[in-house]
Design a protein around this ligand. Structure first.
Ligand code: ZN
Length: 319
C-alpha cells in the first residue's frame, strides 16, 4: 500500500525537551503527514511559541522529518517515504486574546485550531459544558480571521452548537480533526449527525480518531475505527471522512496533564480506566485492513489522506 496517509492529530509530550524522534514510528512507504499538537487550554502565547520553536528545530535536524513550506513540498516529502510535520492548537488560549497572533502561528506551521477545549472560554462553549451557548461574537471573529490567514477551523472538543456555528460562519472548509460518531458510540467528545453534515457542507472532513473511549468501551482497534468510518461515509459521503490517531506518545505525560488540569476533563474520560490509544504501528495497517474489508482503492485513498489533502489545498496559506 503506497497511498498517502494523513494523521490529522497526534500528541508528543508538551515539553521543550520532547524527543521528536518518536515520530519516526510513522515511517512507511508512501509517506505520512502528521499534525502534531503544539498547545492547548492551559498554554499561553509564550508557552506555545517556545514549544513550536523546539519542535521546529528538532524536525529540521531529523533526517526523516520535514516542515513543508508549500503543498508541493508535502508531495515531495511524502513521495520520498518521509514524514511531513505540521502543527495544530487545541483551544484559543495560546492566542492570548489577540487575533493577530493567528498569522504568527501560521508562519510557525500551525494549520488548524479548535476554539474551545471541552469547556467554555471567550470563543464559545465546549463539549463537556452543561449549557451550550455556541460561538460568541469574538469566536465568530476568530473563525473569520482563521479563514483570512489560511488556518483551518476545527470543531473537535467544541460543543455541538459551537461546531454548527463555526460551519455557518466559515467561508472555507471546517474539519473535525479527531472526533468519532456519537450515533455509533455515545460519548460527549463524539459528534452528532448534524455536526458531520454541516462539516461536509463546508467541504470539510470528519477525522475519525483512534482513542479507545471515543471508539467504544476503550477499544482502539481498526475494527472499531472502521465501524465509525463506514457509518460516517454512509451519512456524509466518501469525500468528507478522514482519520487521525490522537495518539499520546507519552501516556504518563497525558495522565500528568489530566491530574494537573482535572477541571478540563470529567468521568467520560476516566470511567473506563487508563485511556487506550491506537499506536502508529496499528494505524499504519489501516489501508490493508480496509482493503481486506473489500474497500475500493479510490475510497481508501480518499479516507487515508486524499480528503485532508484537498482541505489543505483549499485553505492552507504559506507565509
Ligand atoms: Zn484533543
Amino acid at each position: 500500500m503506497t497511498l498517502l496517509l494523513w494523521d490529522q492529530h497526534t500528541c508528543l509530550p508538551l515539553q521543550t525537551d520532547a524527543d521528536i524522534d518518536l515520530l519516526s514510528r510513522y515511517r512507511r512507504t508512501g509517506g505520512v503527514v502528521v499534525s502534531v499538537n503544539a498547545g492547548y487550554a492551559p498554554h499561553s502565547l509564550d508557552d506555545t511559541t517556545r514549544l513550536l520553536r523546539h519542535y521546529r528545530g528538532a524536525v529540521n535536524a531529523h533526517p526523516d522529518l520535514e516542515l513543508p513550506r508549500s503543498l508541493e513540498d508535502v508531495e515531495t516529502i511524502t513521495r520520498a517515504g518521509r514524514i511531513a510535520v505540521v502543527f495544530d492548537l487545541e483551544d484559543c488560549a495560546p492566542l492570548d486574546g489577540d487575533l493577530d497572533n493567528l498569522a504568527t502561528f501560521v508562519r510557525l506551521g500551525v494549520r488548524t485550531l479548535l476554539p474551545t477545549y471541552n469547556h467554555a472560554n471567550h470563543a464559545g462553549s465546549g463539549c463537556l459544558d452543561a449549557t451550550d451557548g455556541g460561538l460568541t461574537a469574538w469566536g465568530r471573529s476568530l473563525v473569520s480571521e482563521m479563514n483570512n490567514v489560511g488556518m483551518v477551523p476545527d470543531g473537535s472538543h467544541c460543543s455541538t452548537r459551537t461546531g454548527l456555528d463555526m460551519c455557518d460562519v466559515s467561508t472555507g472548509p471546517v474539519v473535525y480533526s479527531h472526533s468519532c460518531m456519537r450515533a455509533v458510540w455515545d460519548h460527549p467528545r463524539n459528534i452528532t449527525d448534524d455536526q458531520a453534515r454541516a462539516c461536509a457542507a463546508t467541504g470539510g472532513v470528519v477525522g475519525i480518531t483512534g482513542v479507545g473511549i471515543f471508539l467504544g468501551p476503550n477499544t482502539p482497534t481498526l475494527e472499531a475505527m472502521t465501524g465509525h468510518l463506514e457509518y460516517a461515509i454512509e451519512l456524509v459521503g466518501i469525500d468528507h471522512v478522514g482519520v487521525s490517531t490522537d495518539f499520546s506518545f507519552d501516556f504518563a505525560d497525558f495522565n500528568e496533564e489530566l491530574a494537573r488540569n482535572p477541571h478540563l476533563f470529567d468521568d467520560s474520560y476516566t470511567s473506563w480506566g487508563p485511556i487506550q490509544w491506537m499506536p502508529p504501528e496499528t494505524f499504519l495497517g489501516l489501508g490493508q485492513h480496509l482493503r481486506r474489508r473489500g474497500w475500493k482503492t479510490a475510497d481508501i485513498k480518499a479516507v487515508l489522506g486524499g480528503n485532508f489533502y484537498r482541505v489543505a489545498q483549499h485553505s492552507w496559506c504559506f507565509r
